[in-house]
Design a protein around this ligand. Sequence first.
Ligand code: FAD
Length: 286
Amino acid sequence: MKARAFSYLRARTIEEALAAHSQAGDDARFIAGGQSLVPTLALRLQAPKLLIDITHLAELRGVRREGEFLRIGALTRHREVMDQPLIAEFAPLLRAAAPFVAHPAIRNRGTLGGSIALSDPAAEFPAMVLALDAEIEIAGLSGTRRVKASDFFVDLFETALAPGELVTAIHVPLFKTSQRIAFDELARRRGDYALVGCGMIASYDGPKIETIRIGFFAVGPVPTRARHAEATLNSHALDAARIAAAQAALEEDLAPPDSEDVPPAMRLHLARVLLGRLLGRIGEGA
Ligand code: FAD
């Protein structure tokens, strides 16, 4: 199948991109890496009349420190998340997740901003951005704003983005040497979307976890913080009993969807297995 005919605009400024989208309304789509959008066009699941190419917008590029945050431009490709030295140093949880996103060809084109804007519940980066307590920078016709990740992912493929708004950057609180991270996922084959995935960041106070934030994906309509599990771990040293308590608490955190493929009880079981493994790594100093 081929995509329906569409017009194409290569935007030179954010203002031009926003104005073109506003004029075309529901008939327009921004295109970044195209790794999610193009297949849906080819399958005619979407048929916008106008594609607005945002890949030449300089404001959406680059990675730099800004105060207590690392600003990662929306056009940063998955491949760059793996290679960029500032991301490795100050946002290592994103670095750890990146090799699990799809395959090299897709990582060479797909963008971090595209992944966050699309907000696929099975995608790695949205859940990591949530665990990191990051902020999403958004540009619209009325100006720029920042939204906390906890307020950004609203429902299945639904975010705090208003129609025609652009994700311009992700702001990640700088990683500190007192923190530890761990990431992994369970998939049928490497590169497939995960059956269950999880990433975490823990701040340590001596032998005890001071605070931990845990983000799951592929467990429901939106990326999910495991807040009950976190509460069992905060202010405690990790031992087998504490890990078992956190695994048990997942019952209250996750409500996996009913699916013939993976029944909810099995997905919850896999989430517990994954949590146990990752907490083991955190305890060993990951
Ligand atoms: P595009 O495809 O260009 O756009 C996607 C949507 O986001 C569109 O609606 C577009 O309008 C909108 N958009 C894009 N950028 C912005 C922006 N800055 N502001 C506002 N809206 C924007 N992803 C995973 O996370 N994990 C996987 O395992 C995985 N496996 C994949 C396997 C295959 C075979 C394929 C084809 C894709 C896979 N993906 C996976 C998706 C891939 O990571 C996409 O690249 C990513 O989700 C979207 O990024 P993009 O830049 O390609 O966005």
